[in-house]
Design a binder for this molecule. Structure first.
Ligand code: PEP
Length: 258
């Protein structure tokens, strides 16, 4: 982390877990144990039907609510889809875009790019995911693959709008597997992502962008991952479903300012 130049963000990704009633229960428990200090931003990205309950429960708190996906189109005949302005109107501040689980369902780099532009256009903070498979890591093409994903995701994003983007490095082999990247492995790729942003924009933009690590981050490994200079927070799946674990990760982000 480097809180001097950029924001730290601890973000949960609930995936397809919890009902609206369970959301209300979770938020009540979370509020009761939420740390008072303001060393990081906090987000919870929840299933679409849970957004109203989450927003209502966290209205007076510093927890921003997010969605897990959005459609790239502003409106129209897209049955079952949700547009970015609907999320804003529902009270969302964040939206996860390009999660590997959605890419596995057919989402392309072009889709990711269109969604990033739509989210930014409506004032949402997109948490743009990238990450390599185990085969790509073993074939030594991680850096190349990540650079390509980032370049394609950010096509057409202006210098002004890039300030609103958060990037999440999520090695696919570490998501939901209990197998975390080592702090060194995660740092190497996050540093690389910052270099890619530097080349696409400028040193100033690269220094200011928040880059998260995601992949089996939990209350035990969070401190060491967050101690890395280019890891500015976490995107947390499983551990964000348990208030106590999520709070311990928030506490792990309370590290000396570099
Ligand atoms: C995720 O879903 O983005 C994620 C990182 O999941 P987990 O923490 O469960 O590996």
């Amino acid at each position: 982390m480097n809180r001097k130049y950029r924001k730290t963000l601890i973000a949960g990704n609930w995936k397809m877990n919890k009902t609206p009633s369970q959301t209300k229960e979770f938020m009540t428990q979370l509020k009761a144990i939420m740390p008072k200090g303001r060393w990081c931003d906090i987000a919870l990205c929840v299933p679409a039907v849970c957004i109203p309950a989450a927003v209502r429960a966290m209205r007076e708190t510093r927890v921003g609510i997010g969605a897990e996906n959005c459609n790239a189109n502003p409106s129209g005949a897209y049955t079952g889809e949700i547009a970015a302005d609907m999320l804003v109107d529902a009270g969302c501040k964040y939206v996860i875009i390009g999660h590997s689980e959605r890419r596995a369902m057919g989402e392309t780099d072009a889709d990711v790019n269109a969604k990033v532009l739509a989210a930014l256009n409506e004032g949402l903070i997109p948490i743009v995911c990238c990450g390599e498979t185990l085969e790509q890591r073993d074939a030594d093409v991680t850096a190349e693959h990540i650079a390509m994903q980032i370049k394609l995701a950010l096509q057409g994003v202006s210098e002004e709008k890039i300030r609103k983007v958060v990037i999440a490095y999520e090695p696919i082999w570490a998501i939901g597997t209990g197998r975390t990247a080592t702090p060194e492995q995660a740092e190497e790729v996050c540093e690389h992502i910052r270099t890619v942003v530097r080349k696409l924009y400028s040193s100033k933009h690269a220094r200011a962008i928040t880059i998260l690590y995601g992949g089996s981050m939990n209350e035990k490994n969070a401190y060491d991952l967050l101690a890395q200079p280019d890891i500015d927070g976490g995107l947390i799946g499983g551990a964000s479903l348990v208030p106590e674990k999520f709070v311990q990760i928030i506490e792990a982000a309370n590290q000396p300012v570099m």
